[in-house]
Design a protein around this ligand. Sequence first.
Ligand code: ZN
Length: 117
Amino acid sequence: MSNYNWCHGPDCHTQETQSRVRGSGDNKVLRTVKIKENRYGNYQADIWNYFCNQRCLMDFIREHITSVIGIAPRREALETPVKVVKEKYESSRYEYDSYSDRPQRVPYQATRTKIIS
Ligand SMILES: [Zn+2]
């Protein structure tokens, strides 16, 4: 048996698409999209079981962001311990010189920070 959810987008029922039209004769309406659970398999099912598209997801977030943040407010930065090494590597840049109208490739020794977890 399949389960369904109504899209939680606050304005889902106002988007003018043929797939939302329901009713007969002069009693037509635009109706909230009915979503079949796991329609994309397990791909982000926790989100796409409740929203028919990105717009509805973002409309919901905009309308309820204060409440959502209130569930798990972050009052301090989190930190992940890491080890860091600086390493040198060969890179290059392009420079114009006075002999040619084309940029010349000039190698140089660059440094980068590598994070080792
Ligand atoms: Zn929707």
